[in-house]
Design a protein around this ligand. Structure first.
Ligand SMILES: [Zn+2]
Ligand SMILES: [Zn+2]
Length: 112
């Protein structure tokens, strides 16, 4: 009797877990990192940024170097050193063109 419900719940959990690390449509890099780093700590690498790059803009091979050059040596440092949020609340992302690794207009580049 409760089997369909359990199956549904399992599917929901499964799709939520996948959706959590999947960039949303038109979501920009800093919004993506901000969203994921609220629930999972940075592991000291550009793991999430690279996941975003692979999912959204696989040909943006210079992204990693670009982030390093601007002080983003891991995912959380991108949010500390590379982008500056214009307000406390950066959700929801206001969107970027598909395939772009630019930030949406909720963020500005940090000047060094
Ligand atoms: Zn970090
Ligand atoms: Zn955004």
């Amino acid at each position: 009797m409760n089997t369909p419900l359990v199956t549904e719940a399992e599917q929901l959990v499964h799709s939520l877990a996948a959706a959590l690390t999947e960039p949303q449509p038109a979501e920009c890099l800093p919004c993506y990192l901000d969203r994921l780093l609220r629930t999972a700590p940075c592991d000291g690498t550009l793991r999430l940024a690279m996941r975003y790059r692979d999912a959204v803009a696989p040909r943006a091979t210079a992204l990693e170097r670009r982030m390093h050059d601007r002080g983003g040596c891991c995912d959380c440092e991108i949010l500390w050193n590379v982008y500056n949020s214009k307000s406390e609340d950066v959700f929801p992302c206001s969107g970027v063109p598909r395939g772009s690794t630019a930030a949406c207009d909720l963020w500005e580049g940090r000047r060094r």
